[in-house]
Design a protein around this ligand. Structure first.
Ligand SMILES: C[S@@+](CC[C@H](N)C(=O)[O-])C[C@H]1O[C@@H](n2cnc3c(N)ncnc32)[C@H](O)[C@@H]1O
Length: 234
């Protein structure tokens, strides 16, 4: 696994350089990363119905579905969607011997592509990169696409409920990144790169979008300061 040495100028891009070190970047940038992965995997395993598709939107290198496939050896088709050609090419390379895994380059601003009804949809740290005005429509499409009783597993960076909490959570998050080996300069540069690209909403607003889309049972399964994971059942 290559070490994350990415230094971008201008707006953040999911390019070849990022794809090459993405696993290291995620493991050092996402708090409680292994726990989040394990929980979303285990939940997906609970709801995956044999012989149905599992869809991962904003799949990057397919890390979420790879672990699912390894853990459960389910008789499912795994479909990963991402608009970064570099991510899709790298994902295809990583899984070239897996006949039940498929990666599609697609821009989620155009909605979901047509696929047979999935029993599980994963969105792990993806919606935060889709402009706010597309998010409700996309969640509604996910709801419509899912089978009855299907699960949406949804992880996002979130805003604190007050300016004070936002500031404190962000400070502690940057502290964690320093502990994980990022320099003050790295953290500051990435913060500027991500401005206007990664746009988080509040926990409540995300929850409201799930309710508005029609999800009946909604719970938070993972939370660390300004990161949150939900499971929502159709
Ligand atoms: C933080 S990464 C997701 C990590 C991944 N879900 C995982 O669990 O390893 C966000 C991904 O969303 C993708 N993305 C951003 N905007 C998108 C869009 N409009 N359509 C499709 N994918 C998009 C990016 O290319 C990137 O790979």
């Amino acid at each position: 696994m290559s070490k994350d040495m990415v230094r971008q100028n201008g707006k953040w891009e999911f390019n070849y350089e990022v794809a090459s070190c993405f696993n290291d970047m995620l493991s050092r940038s996402i708090p409680l990363y292994e726990i989040m992965r394990k929980l979303s995997n285990n939940l997906a395993g609970e709801y995956a119905i044999p012989n149905t598709p599992i869809l991962d939107i904003g799949c990057s290198l397919g890390g979420a579905i790879r672990e699912l496939n390894d853990d459960f050896e389910l008789s499912n088709t795994f479909i990963g969607i991402d608009n970064s050609m570099d991510m899709i090419l790298e994902a295809k390379k990583n899984f070239k011997n897996r006949t039940n895994m498929m990666f599609i380059r697609h821009d989620l601003r155009e909605g979901l592509p047509e696929i047979p009804a999935p029993s599980v949809v994963l969105s792990i740290l993806t919606l935060q990169f889709i402009p706010v005005e597309y998010r409700q429509k996309l969640i509604k499409e996910i709801f419509n696409a899912l089978r009855e009783d299907g699960a949406f597993i949804f992880v996002e960076k979130v805003l604190g409920n007050s300016a004070e909490h936002e500031e404190t959570f962000t400070k502690l998050y940057y502290q964690l990144k320093e502990e994980n080996g990022y320099s003050y300069e790295d953290i500051k540069r990435k913060r500027y790169n991500l401005e206007g690209v990664l746009v988080p909403s509040s926990t409540e607003w995300n929850c409201e979008m799930l309710r508005t889309a029609g999800f009946r049972k909604i719970d938070i399964f993972w939370k660390w300061l300004n990161f949150c994971g939900w499971i929502a059942i159709k």
